[in-house]
Design a protein around this ligand. Structure first.
Ligand SMILES: NC(=O)c1ccc[n+]([C@@H]2O[C@H](COP(=O)([O-])OP(=O)(O)OC[C@H]3O[C@@H](n4cnc5c(N)ncnc54)[C@H](OP(=O)(O)O)[C@@H]3O)[C@@H](O)[C@H]2O)c1
Length: 326
C-alpha cells in the first residue's frame, strides 16, 4: 500500500508516518522539512503547499492520502493537484469544528468564507469545517480532541507530568470531578491508519470518553510512581488571580471555565471506540511522556505556571482561608 502523508515532520503526522511504515506501507511524506525530520525509513518529498503547483514534485499514485492541513486553500489545492492519483482521503480535523462549547452537541461552525483570514487563530474551527467540506463525503474526517504524549510541544499534558514529577504542593484547577478528554498521539495515529485502510468515511470524534480531572492527576501520579499533594483551587480563585485556562503562560492546562466550556471535553465518543479506537491508560502516556521529556531535554515552557507563580498562588490561596481544601 502506498501512503502519502501530507505533513510527517512533526508530532501527529510524524507518528502516522512512523506507524504506517511499521504496518508495511510504502510511505511518502510531503512537507517543507522546516518542522523537523520525518521518521527513518520513509521518503520525504520537499514541497511548499502555500503556492499553486506546490505538490508538483510528488510522483505516482497513492492508495491512501492523510492530510493534517489547517487552511482550506491548502487542502483545496491538494485535492485538485492529486486528482485521479489519490485513493482514500483522510483529513485530520478537530473537535473545534463544533460551534457551541457550552454543551456537547453536533452543531458546526459555518465554514470559513474563502476571503477570510486563514491564519487568524480565531478562525481555526471554521477553517476546519471548510476543510471537511473540501475533503468531501468519501473522506474519513478525524475530529481529534486534545492530543498528548511524547513529542507534544504544546505542554498542556506535559505540564502536569513535569509538575507531578517535580514534587511539592501542586495547585490543581477547578474541582476533581470536572471532566476532561484526551488521546495519546500513538493511539490516534494507530486508529487513523487502520480506519483509512478499512476505507471508513465520515466524521468521527477521535478522543477518549470523558473522565474526571481527579482521575487524570491520579493516573499521571500512578504512571510516575509519585504521591502528589494536590491543592484544588476553584475557578473563582483562579479567575480572580488571572490564571489563564487551557494553555499558554500563567495557565493551568486542561482547565476550562464552566459553564462556558461545559461541552468542550464531554463528548460521547463511543461510536469511535466501537469503530476501533483503542485508548491506553493515562498512566502509560504519562510514563512515556516523562521518558521522552528527559531523553530529549524538552523544557516545559509553553503552558503552565512557573514555580514562582505557583508558590505565590498557593500562598495567596491559604492566606485567603482556603487551606481546608488541601
Ligand atoms: N494538538 C492537538 O491537541 C490537536 C487537537 C485537535 C486537532 N489537531 C489537529 O491535528 C493535526 C496535528 O498535526 P501535526 O501534529 O502533524 O502538526 P501540524 O503542526 O499540524 O503539522 C503540519 C505539517 O504540515 C507541514 N507543513 C506546514 N506548512 C507547510 C507548507 N507550506 N508546505 C508543506 N508542508 C507544510 C509541516 O511540515 P514542515 O513545517 O516541515 O513543512 C508539518 O509536517 C492538525 O491537523 C491539527 O489541526 C491537533
Amino acid at each position: 500500500m502506498r501512503t502519502l502523508v501530507l505533513g510527517g515532520t512533526r508530532f501527529l503526522s510524524r507518528q502516522i508516518a512512523r506507524q504506517a511504515r511499521d504496518r508495511g506501507h510504502e510511505v511518502v511524506c510531503a512537507a517543507r522539512g522546516l518542522s523537523g525530520e520525518p521518521p527513518p525509513g520513509v521518503e520525504l518529498v520537499r514541497v511548499d503547499r502555500s503556492e499553486d503547483g506546490g505538490l508538483a514534485p510528488l510522483e505516482g499514485t497513492f492508495d491512501l492520502v492523510i492530510d493534517v492541513a489547517r487552511h482550506p486553500s491548502v487542502l483545496r489545492r491538494a485535492v485538485a493537484e492529486l486528482a485521479g492519483r489519490a485513493g482514500h482521503w483522510t483529513f485530520v480535523s478537530s473537535c473545534s469544528v463544533y460551534s457551541d462549547t457550552g454543551e456537547a452537541n453536533q452543531a458546526l461552525h459555518e465554514p470559513l468564507p474563502a476571503d477570510a483570514d486563514e491564519n487568524d487563530p480565531e478562525n481555526y474551527g471554521p477553517a476546519k469545517v471548510a476543510c471537511e467540506r473540501i475533503a468531501g463525503d468519501g473522506a474519513l474526517l478525524v475530529r481529534a480532541g486534545l492530543i498528548v504524549g511524547p513529542e507534544d510541544q504544546s505542554d498542556r499534558f506535559t505540564y502536569w507530568v513535569d509538575r507531578l514529577a517535580r514534587g511539592g504542593p501542586v495547585l490543581a484547577p477547578g474541582s476533581p470531578d470536572e471532566l476532561v478528554q484526551l488521546v495519546d498521539v500513538r493511539d490516534l495515529a494507530a486508529w487513523t491508519i487502520e480506519a483509512a485502510e478499512k476505507g471508513l468515511a465520515g466524521p468521527y470524534d477521535a478522543i477518549s470518553m470523558p473522565f474526571s480531572r481527579g482521575d487524570l492527576l491520579a493516573e499521571i501520579a500512578e504512571g510516575l510512581e509519585v504521591r502528589p499533594e494536590l491543592i484544588w483551587a476553584g475557578q473563582d480563585f483562579l479567575l480572580a488571580h488571572k490564571v489563564e485556562p487551557w494553555m499558554g503562560p500563567r495557565s493551568l492546562p486542561l482547565w476550562l471555565p464552566l459553564p462556558e466550556y461545559a461541552g468542550f471535553m464531554t463528548r460521547d465518543t463511543s461510536a469511535t471506540l466501537v469503530a476501533g479506537l483503542r485508548i491506553r491508560p493515562v498512566a502509560d502516556t504519562a510514563r512515556d511522556t516523562l521518558a521522552w521529556q528527559r531523553a530529549s531535554g524538552h523544557t516545559v515552557s509553553r503552558s503552565g505556571l512557573t514555580a514562582a507563580e505557583e508558590s505565590e498562588l498557593v500562598r495567596m490561596f491559604e492566606a485567603e482561608g482556603h487551606g481546608s481544601l488541601r
